[in-house]
Design a protein around this ligand. Sequence first.
Ligand code: CAA
Length: 259
Amino acid sequence: MSDLVRLEVEDGIGTVRLDRPPMNALNAEIQHGLVAACREAAERSDVAAVVVYGGEKVFAAGADIKEMETMSYTDMVDHSGLLQDFTRALARLPKPTVAAVTGYALGGGCEVALACDWRVAAEDARLGQPEILLGIIPGAGGTQRLARLVGPARAKDLVLSGRFVDAREALAIGLVDRVVPAAEVYTASRELVSRYVGGPSYAVRAAKEAIDRGLEVDLETGLEIERQLFAGLFATRDRATGMRHFVEKGKGPAPFEGS
Ligand code: CAA
């Protein structure tokens, strides 16, 4: 894994820590590092949920413009798959994920946050997709995930203008889920996902997958995805534990084992 991205695990929560001061600009090394960190977080049984965090000052100010400046069309044809891979790795992580957004989350940084299940923002956070001001468009999933999250009109407002939104507006349009004082962003993000530690992890995984895959297809196909995943959970021990606990002792929490 790259030094610029670390997976730090504590109390069942994995923190994917972006660490490339001053702005956590996402160069190719950090993009590869994100893919690796997500893979490790997905595989480790001691990680129940993930916080993506860029430190106290900034989440990430986007793809590294200095690295991209000299790239040709064919360079970008070769590289653009990776741009989508690092956000896809995060979006497909089969565990709950939250972006702890301090300072700026711009361009690829905003796209990293969009690939998480939830976003907690500092009161002074600023988010946006300013690629248009560079003569390009978002390339790490922003046009698709932002439109799905906040609707096409609001997504077009942000992507076509490149303007930044503050935390209050981000909350109002559903771009972030919680706004807290800057010093509390990381702790609040951990708190938001800590309920999944010690939970029925295969059911949590199935619930996330049913919602995410279902939103990509028509209703009937989505319902079929739900049906298959629902029935599949009857092969887990946690399903048996959860139902036995209810029948014998009333409502939970049941002593799930994550198996
Ligand atoms: N890439 C490379 N370097 C960056 C960067 C980026 N995305 N963002 C900031 N930096 C660098 C600056 O060049 C500067 O470096 P030097 O000290 O060597 O000059 C340093 O970080 C500090 O930045 P500023 O001096 O600009 O700090 P500021 O506080 O005045 O402004 C900012 C902060 C608003 C984040 C501003 O730097 C900015 O607008 N950054 C670019 C944001 C952007 O356009 N992001 C989209 C990138 S394209 C993309 O992400 C494509 C995609 O979809 C994948």
